[in-house]
Design a protein around this ligand. Sequence first.
Ligand SMILES: [Zn+2]
Ligand SMILES: [Zn+2]
Length: 334
Amino acid sequence: MAGGLNRESDAMRFQHLVAATMIAVVNPAGIDAQAEQQAAPDFSVVTLGTGAPPPLLTRFGPATLVRAGKETLLFDAGRGVAQRLWQAGVRIGSLDAVFLTHLHSDHIVGLPDVWLTGWLPGAFAQRNTPFRVWGPEGTKGLMAGLEQAYAWDIKARIADTNLPKEGIASAVIEILEGVIYERNGVKVTAFDVDHGPLLKPAFGFRIDYDGRSVVLSGDTKFSENVIKFAVGVDLLIHEVAIVNDELLRTPIFQAVLAHHTKPEEAGIVFSRTEPKLAVYSHVLLYGSPQFPAPTERDLVHKTRTNYSGPFVVAEDMMRFNIGRTGVNVVQPER
Ligand SMILES: [Zn+2]
Ligand SMILES: [Zn+2]
């Protein structure tokens, strides 16, 4: 185990080096860009959780916060999302909208937490309007099921603490590809991705605000549709998976990888879309006690076989400020 921990911290140090180098690259205007980024950013992304199903302390479940103008938007709600939102200084009850890429459990296990905890009277919560969720077919059933599962809690809190009923109501819109949200100058577009033939629907999202844009790939194999929606985007956040070569001989890991994007393939996506900054989140590094997991350094090297532009392997709580002159990376506080 100790060896594994050392490898991880080595990889993190290496990653910081990569990120530090990239900041200079993605801000070609130099001092002006720095000045701009020091002002309060009007368009920023925080990778709240950069992991997937493995229950890691370093990578919570998938969740991405986008703040654009007056809008505070959450994309996916994986394990630990409520803690991460509060850590990011976001009152959990203040979310304007929640968007789900697909209904795999790693993307939604934090949803009841955001919904229920966001309704409580504490300073961290205080939602008194309906919880608004956009997601694929099945999302209405998901929220109805949660209402049933937590019926005792909801009834008890209304009776006992007089919490507003409106704050625990939910408003769900099931989506198809296209523009799904337009408010205060922020536009969210859903697009189909390829998470495997049996895992439909699955979406990526593009967020446009004031001439700048972010694309989130969601969970997908190499997808021409991601490229179509991400060409020229400012920030492209893409999933990635890599499996130890020995494990890859087994059908189960072949099946896992068949639903995700290899770093060499992501490199092609980055080369063809040319984002100002490419980022990995939903980072899957699969190994076993016998066959160690590939490292972030492996991710970087394999990506570099097809892409030479700026990119970063995200960590939880990394912030990306999307300015007019480039994307500025702010490392998480330690
Ligand atoms: Zn996933
Ligand atoms: Zn998935």
